[in-house]
Write a new protein. Structure first.
Ligand code: MN
Ligand code: MN
Length: 289
């Protein structure tokens, strides 16, 4: 089921059995609209993750070797239809959850994320994205990356899903703006307001965070298939990760496209994965005390 890989994510430091966090890649980009290349995302993030060569996270005073992480490799999905791919991702995620693991998925295009998110029950889902990916069907395919959040809403209901950083939606996608926080809202009101609004809007449930890298401004994350100006900053993104880390049950980074990157997007994605794992690990240690 899993392809062997030559490079593991730099935090991978133990076996599957000993790991609390299991990372896996889904190198799939068949439905990409504008520029393809996200199939190289997982490998690009892994290879460039060694840019962060310090095993110490200064902002937390945390030694990364204390966190049990295993990078399992890539799911073999390249020849599958979207429906087959989503099902494979879903089955694999369910296996991880049965074994008590915290899944960290690297895409691939956004069509991959519903496979992970819908493996959970009774959660809320937060999407960081320039787009709302809320079409019911796109180019004849309900599993197109432009439908990713719609498929997630199909399972959990619209009241349990929120979008942050959006700035490119079609009018018919969102009759109501109640669950959208645009990048313009964040710029105007600040990140604390943003976090507060998410807290007040979503039910107080466990949370899955799906990070479409194009939610971040193309100045910081140019290596993505559908870049959109006026994006979020990496600091704002980290603030959201930190704020919701205690509630996180899973995390993904999608839409990183190394062939059109200048070498910064992969490094940023690797650091944001580090931040999500570290913030969740610290929050869970605190709650045990
Ligand atoms: Mn997306
Ligand atoms: Mn997007």
């Amino acid at each position: 089921m899993i392809h062997p890989i030559h490079n593991r994510f730099y935090m991978s430091n133990c076996s599957y059995d000993d790991a609390r966090y299991v990372m896996f890649g889904v190198p799939y980009d068949r439905t990409a609209t504008f520029r393809k290349g996200t199939r190289y995302g997982p490998t690009g993030i892994r290879v460039d993750s060694i840019a962060h060569f310090e095993k110490y996270l200064v902002e937390y005073g945390l030694d990364l070797d204390d966190i049990p992480v295993y990078d399992a490799g890539n799911l073999d999905v390249e020849k599958l239809t979207t429906a087959q791919m989503v099902r494979k991702v879903n089955l694999y995620t369910r296996k991880l959850l049965k074994h008590g693991k915290f899944p960290v998925m690297m895409g691939g295009e956004h069509s991959v994320s519903p496979g992970v998110a819908t493996a959970f029950d009774d959660i809320v889902v937060l999407g960081i994205d320039a787009h709302s990916d809320f079409r019911d069907i796109y180019e004849g395919d309900k599993n197109n990356h432009g439908c990713a959040m719609k498929r997630i809403v199909d399972k959990f209901g619209e009241r349990r899903v929120m979008w942050v950083g959006v700035r490119a939606v079609s009018e018919e996608e969102h009759k109501s703006k109640a669950r959208l926080i645009t990048s313009f809202d964040i710029q105007k009101n600040g990140i604390d307001w943003t976090i507060d609004r998410i807290n007040r809007t979503l039910p107080k449930k466990k949370m899955y965070l799906t990070l479409d890298i194009d939610g971040i401004d193309p100045a910081y994350a140019p290596g993505t298939g559908t870049p959109e100006a006026f994006g979020m900053t990496p600091f704002d993104t980290k603030s959201i990760i930190d704020a919701f880390a205690p509630r996180l049950v899973g995390f993904d980074v999608v839409e990183v496209s190394p062939p059109i990157d200048n070498g910064t997007t992969t490094v940023l994605a690797a650091r944001l994965i580090t931040e999500a794992i570290a913030a969740h690990y610290l929050a869970s240690k605190k709650s045990q005390r």
